[in-house]
Ligand binder design. Structure first.
Ligand SMILES: Cc1ncc(COP(=O)(O)O)c(C=O)c1O
Length: 377
């Protein structure tokens, strides 16, 4: 009999999978580790999902999420042909790697020349969304990870040219904007300069953009090689339903559409996202609450000796005082507060704290005070 391991492609055997944040079911836990929205979806969205949970579940959903794409097109001032909906934005990001990047691993003979290697490269800044390198590895693509500046700002095009690490011909470049996990926002004008300089596809991953001062949607409608990725998970309290989408040139969208699963977006997800768009006022009020809590929490953490970085997202990256960040993760967990710590060297001195309700933010501050008080005694 063959050994199961021998049946698996070497690329998959060696793969380090994406590590999602924990979802523990501990009673009373304040969960600030996965950037979920602390507020539930609007009552209208809940009603739409409940009303649809009947005998119709036996039917396939609309294969192209047509009604949802029409509503999104109206919202963004474009055509449904500019929009591709996926099973969360993670799916559309994965589709882009498959659609625009040649796998290169093991084909050094073919990709010996720099020009060809570029066609096989997935490029991104570090730190940014840790899924990008995993998507490249799954596909067998080459990776080009280029550090952000030490304050997590983007380098300008001239600087990138001088630095020589950046590949202006990379087949696919991901930019998380605002950045995760730093929370730093970027100016559309800066992003536009970068987009103009790139020869391959650029994805502006705007998962957190509803909490930011600016968005770069217009670039996806202006340039043929720019796609903007959005999600219903963060600002629209819909992680559970898995709905995300791209906006971009109809020819790129049509190419992506060819390679997706026939029914990639589940029916309840389509309905929930569609009902969300009918109640945007409800969500805009939530964005305001979350931003106000973020600013409050930032000030309170700063008073307690944390270095909280300015954020345009629904989380804060903060460097804690006294103990290493990893110890803080454990100490906070003992106080039933769950935050996120990343081992990557650029961010290992920080904790990433999702913005919860005001009561959750207060609970965090109480726990921090307790930990600091014990350390003094
Ligand atoms: C930058 C970024 N992009 C995309 C996603 C994926 O979101 P979705 O739930 O739509 O797959 C996340 C989720 O954490 C994220 O942080």
């Amino acid at each position: 009999m063959p050994k199961p391991q021998s049946l698996i492609r070497p690329l998959v055997r060696d793969l380090h999978a994406y590590v999602p944040g924990e979802q523990p079911k501990i009673k009373g836990l304040v969960k600030l580790n996965t950037n979920e929205n602390p507020y539930p979806p609007s009552p209208k969205v809940l009603a739409a999902v409940k009303n649809a949970a009947d005998g119709r579940l036996r039917l396939y959903p609309n294969p192209t999420a047509q009604a949802l794409r029409e509503k999104l097109a109206r919202l963004h001032g474009c055509a449904p042909e500019n929009i591709l909906v996926g099973n969360g934005s993670d799916e559309v990001l994965a589709l882009a790697v498959r659609c625009f990047v040649e796998p290169s691993r093991g084909s050094s003979a073919i990709f010996g020349r720099q020009a060809d290697r570029a066609g096989a490269t997935v490029q991104y800044f570090t730190p940014s969304y840790s899924l990008y390198p995993v998507l490249a590895d799954i596909h067998g693509a080459a990776k080009n990870a280029v550090p952000l500046k030490s304050d997590f700002d983007l380098s300008g095009v001239a600087e990138l040219k001088r630095g020589k690490e950046w590949d202006f011909k990379a087949a696919l470049t991901f930019v998380t904007t605002p950045n995760a996990p730093s929370g730093r926002g970027y100016k559309t004008a800066e992003l536009e300069k970068l987009c103009r300089a790139q020869k391959g596809v650029v994805i502006l991953d705007e998962a957190y953009v509803d909490f930011a001062e600016e968005n770069a949607l217009k670039l996806a409608l202006k340039f043929p090689h720019v796609l903007v990725a959005r999600t219903f998970s963060k600002a629209y309290s819909l992680c559970f339903q898995r709905v995300g989408y791209f906006i971009g040139h109809p020819e790129l969208i049509a190419a992506l559409d060819k390679i997706r699963d026939s029914y990639n977006v589940n029916g309840l997800g389509q309905l929930a996202a569609s009902a969300t768009l009918d109640d945007l006022k409800f969500y805009r009020a939530n964005f305001k609450k979350i931003i106000a809590t973020r600013e409050w929490l930032s000030r309170e953490l700063t008073k307690l000796g944390f270095r909280a970085l300015p954020s345009q997202t629904n989380f804060i990256l903060a460097q804690p005082p006294k103990f290493p960040a990893r110890d803080w993760l454990q100490k906070l967990r003992e106080q039933k507060i769950l935050v996120r710590w990343f081992s990557a060297p650029e961010v290992s001195d920080y904790l990433r704290i999702t913005i919860g309700t005001p009561a959750e933010a207060e609970a965090l501050i109480r726990a921090v005070c307790k930990i600091l008080a014990v350390s003094k005694s």
